[in-house]
Design a binder for this molecule. Structure first.
Ligand code: SPV
Ligand code: MG
Length: 571
């Protein structure tokens, strides 16, 4: 274990940049040119960003000649500062004008959270140092000192850094001039000197460093003398190395290769595996944080999720479910599941998870998330629900997949404030047929005169309890297969579900078993009575009738068209 105290890391960006400049360690800055690259630099482990003038202008598709206005550069920096909490040292070219422009620049950079600016002693508009450098006029030394002083005098954060860049070696004015200017800029208040060279060997930089003899932090940009071992810079006492343009160049060659490949092959298959996945882009954009915030702040988003149980082939429907599960049976021109999904979406319930099983491959996944109960042949509804436990958070409607209903039924259900609420149809009380489950016994019958009275669920007939004592009494109706769980009820639902999961017969349990277990655990399940206005599809007869019911729910125009089509088909 390293016994050394961890180095103190100041919290403000400007203080961190300043510490890098003055520290005795060799530090590194990586170029970024937009928000995405700024984030990538941070993730790679760098401590600071070089806001390269070359790279920022290149990503705009313009030249490194101050063609982008300084405010466009500053707007771009704001995206970078938002995307990454690293200190950013802006390559501020010549300061975009005279001393007065530098003053305004410094104030604006501070306001946008930029830690420092580097200004170079050339004339506005500048040209990149690697384009005909000798021909470029240098700034008057005293005038440039005035810019540095003006910048330092206008900063309000004492840690904001101004780095003075000496272009004398680039312009061919010689070592003495370079040293003379560096000393003048240091005395004018520069926090560091950037000494630039376009030679392929580090000789003049190393000579400069020797002569400079540690009078202040030295920053270098080894783009041209890139083959120099980094250790050489360390030994020369350099403060900071800037890797000045390598991300824009990496992006450029990757984009060129991919564009060329897609254009010539007219397909995406050759590139898919060698480029970042779309999910990686989402991750870099911090899309998860958005989803969490949506849950927290967007009432309609937190209102809506649904889990639809759609794993079964359908007893009594074998003749029509050879190649698809029950939920994909066409009802009045569209699959049963689509009716249900459309009904949910209409109520603002957009996050819909469907648990498939039998022929899950045939489920139309448009607008839904599909999870599959691989054990569907040997298990029941609760095992399917358990496949979606990750989705049981926030307000959630749990629904059978084979339902059609009038829209008010779902609207009233999702508006219920109760932790748990169910819909019970009071028109169905004939429990004679013991094979039919889902009959409901409640705290009171559906007294329509007392509309609005709170009624709670006492029991629902389940495959597990044919002999239950309550079953001898006439039920109050039939549970239609809709359960609304409010966010507050979710932990309790999860707890009861995990207790049931521990049972040996869990694989056989149905949804009524869950409702009954909730009731036994002391939960109150509110009943919303309806009188008809829904259909379940449990056999061929239901399937046939469902079409008529669905037609009656369709919008008038669609209804007319569908009726026409049906009568046409009959002829
Ligand atoms: C930049 O990155 O824009 C620089 C460094 O100023 S250089 O391109 O080497 O001049
Ligand atoms: Mg530049």
């Amino acid at each position: 274990m390293n016994a050394r105290e961890p180095a103190f890391v100041p919290t403000s960006r400007s203080a961190r940049l300043r510490q890098m400049l003055v520290s005795n360690e060799l530090e590194f800055m990586m170029e970024a040119h937009n928000g995405l690259s700024a984030r990538i630099v941070r993730e790679a482990g760098f401590k600071a960003i070089w806001g390269s003038g070359l790279a920022i202008s290149a990503q705009f598709g313009v030249r490194d000649n101050n063609e982008a206005s300084w405010t466009q550069v500053v707007d771009n920096l704001e995206f970078m500062a938002d995307a990454s909490d690293l200190p950013i040292l802006l390559d501020g070219d010549t300061g975009y004008g005279n001393f007065n422009n530098v003053r305004r620049l410094v104030r604006k950079l501070e306001q946008r959270g930029i830690a420092g600016v580097c200004i170079e002693d050339k004339q506005f508009p500048k040209t990149n140092s690697f384009i005909n450098g000798e021909a470029q006029p240098l700034a008057d030394m005293d005038e440039f000192c005035g810019k540095i002083k003006a910048g330092k005098d206008s900063q309000s954060d004492e840690n904001f850094s101004i780095v003075a860049r000496v272009e004398a070696l680039i312009a061919g004015w010689g070592m003495d001039e370079a040293l003379r200017r560096a000393e003048a800029y240091r005395q004018a208040g520069a926090d560091a000197i950037l000494i630039h060279s376009k030679l392929s060997r580090p000789d003049e930089i190393l000579e400069f460093a020797r002569e400079w003899a540690g009078r202040g932090p030295l920053v270098i940009v080894p783009t041209k003398y890139y083959s120099t071992p980094t250790e050489v810079f360390r030994e020369a006492g350099i403060s900071t190395v800037i890797w000045a343009n390598h991300l824009i160049r990496a992006a450029t060659s990757a984009m060129q290769a991919v564009a060329k490949e897609i254009h010539s092959s007219e397909t995406l298959v050759n590139v898919e595996d060698s480029i970042a996945a779309v999910n990686e882009i989402f991750r870099l954009q911090d899309a998860d944080e958005y989803s969490e915030a949506e849950d927290r702040y967007l009432s309609s988003a937190s209102a809506g999720s649904a889990v639809v149980l759609a794993a079964s082939r359908g007893k009594g429907l074998e003749a029509v479910t050879e190649d698809r599960p029950k939920v994909m049976l066409p009802i009045a021109g569209k699959p049963l599941l689509r009716w249900l999904v459309d009904a949910f979406k209409k109520q603002g319930v957009n996050d819909i998870t469907v648990v498939g099983g039998y022929r899950a491959d045939a489920i139309d996944t448009a607008g839904i998330k599909l999870v599959v109960n691989e054990q569907h042949a040997q298990t029941g509804e609760l095992a399917s629900l358990a496949c979606a436990t990750g989705k049981l958070s926030g307000d959630t409607v749990i629904s059978y997949g084979d339902l059609l209903f009038r829209s008010y039924i779902l609207r009233d259900l999702v508006e219920s404030e109760a932790a748990f609420s169910v819909v019970v149809d009071s028109s169905l009380t004939d429990a004679e047929n013991a094979s039919v489950r889902d009959f409901a016994w409640c705290s009171a019958g559906d007294d329509r005169g007392l509309f609005g009275n709170k009624v709670t669920l006492r029991h629902v007939s389940s495959g597990q309890d044919a002999s239950s004592a309550i079953a001898s009494q006439t039920p109050h109706g039939r549970w239609v297969g809709l359960l609304n769980v409010r966010e507050a009820g979710q932990p309790r639902l999860q707890a009861v579900l995990s207790q049931l999961q521990a049972r040996a017969d869990f694989a056989t349990l149905d949804m009524p078993a869950l409702l009954n277990a909730l009731i036994e655990a002391g939960e109150s399940i509110e009943v919303q009575y309806v009188h008809g206005h829904w259909r379940g599809v449990n056999d061929l007869e239901d399937f046939r009738r469902a079409g008529d019911f669905a037609h009656a729910q369709a919008p008038f125009a669609a209804n007319v068209a569908a009726t026409d089509a049906a009568s046409g088909a009959a002829q």
